[in-house]
Design a protein around this ligand. Structure first.
Ligand code: MLT
Length: 235
């Protein structure tokens, strides 16, 4: 297995994703929120890049729920923002969520050319690593970053995942992410650029929730052919 990490989302076009599993990581907060919403019982999610597209989909199918943020705040008219705490402890009986966020949903769409697309966060990192070990394919980890730039928490999570995989070969990005992971305490991630932005909005509880490690068995997969994602079925 070869493991690579794309250190900033703007580099995706320079990487060959064909036939590989691409893992999207947006610790603060998209991939954490999707996992939490699906674990609370929503059946599936559909990532879109633009707010207008989300409203168009809801117009065509009013049963859909809309979720997402702009500048970390809930989009007016949406059912949910992008906080995992909106879903934690809830119990839904199915339903589809259309999601649009600044970084995370774009990263998912950018992985369209991969053989398979998986979402990961700190809460699910060991479960995702076990899933990737079972798949046995080459892995490309894609931290969603912050507005096209490198982000500490997503790179840390990528390095953590890389450390849990039986890699025969690490690419240069993976070697750098491993160093970030090995030399940065997890609590420090709350003070990354994105962490400080969420702190300034008073979202400390979101940060705490997103920084919990390995507490979820859920693995979120996204089907690039249908555009819908869901929890992977029993493995
Ligand atoms: C995103 O995908 O852009 C982030 O999850 C932003 C946020 O913290 O809401």
């Amino acid at each position: 297995m070869r493991v690579e990490v794309i250190l900033s989302p703007g580099e995706v076009e320079h990487h060959d994703l064909a036939g590989r599993v691409c893992v999207i990581i947006d610790v603060f907060r998209f991939t954490t929120t999707v996992l939490t919403a699906l674990e609370a019982g929503l059946e599936r999610f559909y990532p879109v890049e633009e707010v207008e597209e989300a409203f168009r989909l809801k117009q065509a199918n009013p049963t859909l729920l809309l979720a997402g943020e702009r500048n970390a705040l809930k989009v007016p008219g949406f059912d949910f923002g992008n906080s995992p705490l909106e879903h934690a402890g809830k119990s839904y009986s199915g339903g589809g969520l259309v999601f649009t966020t600044t970084n995370g949903t774009r990263a998912v769409r950018a992985a369209q050319g991969a053989g398979e697309v998986v979402l990961a966060c700190l809460r699910s990192a060991p479960a995702v690593a076990a899933y990737l070990r079972e798949r046995g394919r080459d892995v490309v980890l894609l931290p969603a970053g912050l507005e096209g730039k490198f982000s500490l928490e997503d790179t840390w999570c990528a390095g953590c995942l890389a450390s849990l995989l039986p890699a025969e070969e690490y690419g240069d990005g993976a070697k750098a992410a491993l160093l970030v992971y090995e030399h940065t305490p997890r609590e420090e991630l709350a003070h990354s650029a994105h962490g400080r932005r969420l702190q300034a909005l008073g979202l400390w509880e979101d940060l705490r929730f997103c920084l919990e490690y390995g507490v979820s068995p859920g693995v979120v997969v996204w089907d690039k052919d249908t555009g819908w994602g869901a929890l992977a079925r029993e493995r």
